[in-house]
Write a protein that binds this ligand. Structure first.
Ligand code: DX5
Ligand code: ZN
Length: 220
């Protein structure tokens, strides 16, 4: 198992002080910054667009990991790349032509991610894996931070890992939703390389300490 990467999800941060929060989380030793883009159609919530990503880009050098929970993401991926996204992840359920959209992302020289809702079978991303650099397994129903990890997703993470190995794809396996110090070790044992954590980090008193605690809990 390589080094487990920590990707704090800023949806749970103090939005009124976004610049300060980005500086704090950067200094706290995160590996990537996870930015949840929601359009109110694909998920019942609305967050931010390219302008906020551009602002965050100006405040940190950490890789920006943009999780697009939007309908027809092909309409927007280039805008988020222009704004500074390093990874753009789309939902297999949200785009009629996922392979084409993943190719657009890669054509722009960025990392392409594919993700799926908890209720979608892992086989739904099998074809997309050949074009993806990252597979994101959602372990809550997307739309909000602070939800509980869905226990049946442990097995799904394992099956996702098996699928990437079967496709002989050297691909990052990212897990997102309800990840805490208490379940991080088991999630990593199931095959996760990157842990997205919103509430667990941003509702803690000391971001650096919490990140250290997570790393320690997974034996790093
Ligand atoms: C949910 C988002 C997740 C979420 C993670 O739709 O994709 O990134 O914000 O937050 P926690 O860690 O609080 O579940
Ligand atoms: Zn997310």
């Amino acid at each position: 198992m390589g080094r487990v990467l920590i990707a704090p999800s800023i949806i749970s941060c103090d939005m009124l002080n976004l610049k300060r929060e980005i500086a704090k989380i950067d200094k706290a030793g995160c590996d990537l910054i996870h930015i949840d883009i929601m359009d109110g159609h694909f998920v019942p919530n609305i967050t931010f667009g390219p302008a906020v990503v551009e602002a965050i880009r100006s405040a940190t050098k950490k890789p920006l990991d943009c999780h697009l929970m939007v309908k027809d993401p092909h309409l927007f991926v280039k805008d988020f790349i222009k704004a500074g996204a390093d990874i753009v992840t789309i939902h297999v359920e949200s785009d009629v032509h996922v392979l084409r959209t993943l190719e657009i992302i890669k054509g722009e020289g960025k990392k392409a991610g594919i993700t799926l809702n908890p209720g979608t079978n892992i086989s739904a991303v099998e074809e997309a894996l050949q074009y993806a650099d990252l597979l994101l397994v959602m372990t809550v129903n997307p739309g909000f931070g602070g939800q509980s990890f869905i226990p049946s997703m442990y097995d799904k993470i394992k099956r996702a890992k098996e699928l990437t190995l079967m496709k002989n794809k050297d691909i990052f396996l990212e897990v997102d939703g309800g990840i805490k110090v208490s379940n991080a070790k088991r999630v990593v044992e199931c095959g996760a390389d990157i842990l997205v954590m919103g509430t667990e980090i941003f509702k803690s008193k000391n971001y650096a300490e919490k990140i250290r605690e997570v790393r320690k809990s997974v034996g790093q």
